[in-house]
Design a protein around this ligand. Structure first.
Ligand SMILES: Nc1nc2c(c(=O)[nH]1)N[C@H]1C(S)=C(S)[C@@H](COP(=O)(O)O)O[C@H]1N2
Ligand SMILES: [Mo]
Length: 161
């Protein structure tokens, strides 16, 4: 079963299953309320962070896809309202929606314009890592490299439907 791991500079590293996530506080019934055009349910990132107890030294959170190919690293303070989408009705969020786990930052800036942008909405999330210094970040940083990123086979935008 696919799970979501949180580790690094935390007191209690933890691996969350679908069922674990359903039991956390701060559930979001409809992510579309905060991220227009998206469906599914989720939970606030802060609920997962409370469960693992970040160390005082932790300043960055690195979001990694389960295949290890995509990652983004952001200041923890910038993602206080972020959502981990994990369900579609009573079932796990399907890959065609970026599941089983997908990161969403409400009211985020458009792609390739800053430290916290829509490129950090990591799909197929497998691991969250907390650290003092920024972690691995492979987000495209210019309009041209962003276009090239999405032109790669398998990197097209997901349909919003
Ligand atoms: N795993 C993974 N997540 C990813 C990417 C990726 O290539 N792989 N691309 C990012 C970029 S650059 C953007 S703009 C958004 C696109 O999300 P969408 O497919 O839902 O439109 O996903 C982000 N998350
Ligand atoms: Mo992007």
């Amino acid at each position: 079963m696919t799970q979501l791991r949180i580790e690094g500079e935390v007191s209690s590293p933890h691996t969350f299953s679908f069922n674990d996530l359903t039991r956390l506080p701060d559930q979001i019934a409809d992510v579309g309320q905060f991220v227009p055009g998206r469906d599914g349910g989720g939970v606030r990132l802060r609920s997962l962070l409370e469960r693992v107890s970040p160390a005082d030294s932790a300043r960055y959170i690195t979001l990694e896809s389960s295949d290890g190919k995509f990652s983004a690293s952001l200041p923890i303070t910038a993602v206080q309202d972020a959502i981990v989408a994990y369900r579609l009705g009573d079932a796990p969020l399907p890959p065609k929606k970026g599941g089983p786990f997908r990161f969403f930052i409400p009211n985020v800036e458009e792609c390739a314009v800053g430290e916290v942008d829509a490129c950090a909405n990591v799909k197929f999330l497998g691991r969250l890592h907390l650290s003092h210094e920024p972690g691995r970040d492979v987000r495209p940083t210019s309009p041209a490299s962003h276009q090239a990123h999405h032109d790669q086979p398998g990197h097209e935008h997901l349909p919003k439907d």
